[in-house]
Design a protein around this ligand. Sequence first.
Ligand code: NAP
Length: 198
Amino acid sequence: MKILLIGANGTIGKAVGAELSQRHEVITAGRNSGDYRVNIQDVQSIRDLYAKTGTIDAVACAAGNVTFAPLESMTPEQFDVGIRDKLMGQVHLVLIGREYVSVRGSFTLISGSLADEPVLFGSSASMVNAAINAFVRAAAIELPNVRINAVSPTVLEESMESYGPFFRGAEAVPARRVALAYSRSIEGANTGQVYNVL
Ligand SMILES: NC(=O)c1ccc[n+]([C@@H]2O[C@H](COP(=O)([O-])OP(=O)(O)OC[C@H]3O[C@@H](n4cnc5c(N)ncnc54)[C@H](OP(=O)(O)O)[C@@H]3O)[C@@H](O)[C@H]2O)c1
């Protein structure tokens, strides 16, 4: 398969690339790294990316920013980051990418366990992750020719240094387990699934 991996240079993206490149051609993209540059907040940038890749069999996204902050001090602009970047960035990857993904090909989006398990300072992440999961379930019944799933991990072992204080008591998972969920989504046959990695 020819797989477009967005956010390939990140903690999750690197593990996904290592897993999939054993069996597939992986084209990488990121804001500042990869075979191609893309900013998923920018619709024209997404259009330019697909114009360069041409037809692909799968799109895997491991990119998406949200702001962590106390709800009490969250500004509309801080909430907007998660909506424009992680949520609508990935929705636009699907809307624009539909025409480029081959029949029975797939989209795999990234959400996160905060959709179901809120933590302090994570209100934006919870909102955005739940919206991504809902979008995937709904889009699957309207996309007859293309599959779409989400991967929803808890905090990663590799990220504990930065995210640890937000996730006290959570059992972290290694990035390679998250990569296996992408593999199930891309190399399996399901659609409309949220693969929890807990
Ligand atoms: N890490 C965790 O514990 C964890 C747990 C659950 C869910 N998640 C979710 O998983 C996703 C990835 O997390 P991560 O920890 O792997 O992040 P990361 O290490 O910061 O990597 C993010 C990657 O995405 C790219 N990227 C960021 N913003 C982009 C944009 N607007 N357009 C295009 N590419 C962009 C970056 O590209 P450049 O390097 O080129 O700038 C980088 O390669 C996030 O949405 C996060 O919420 C993470």
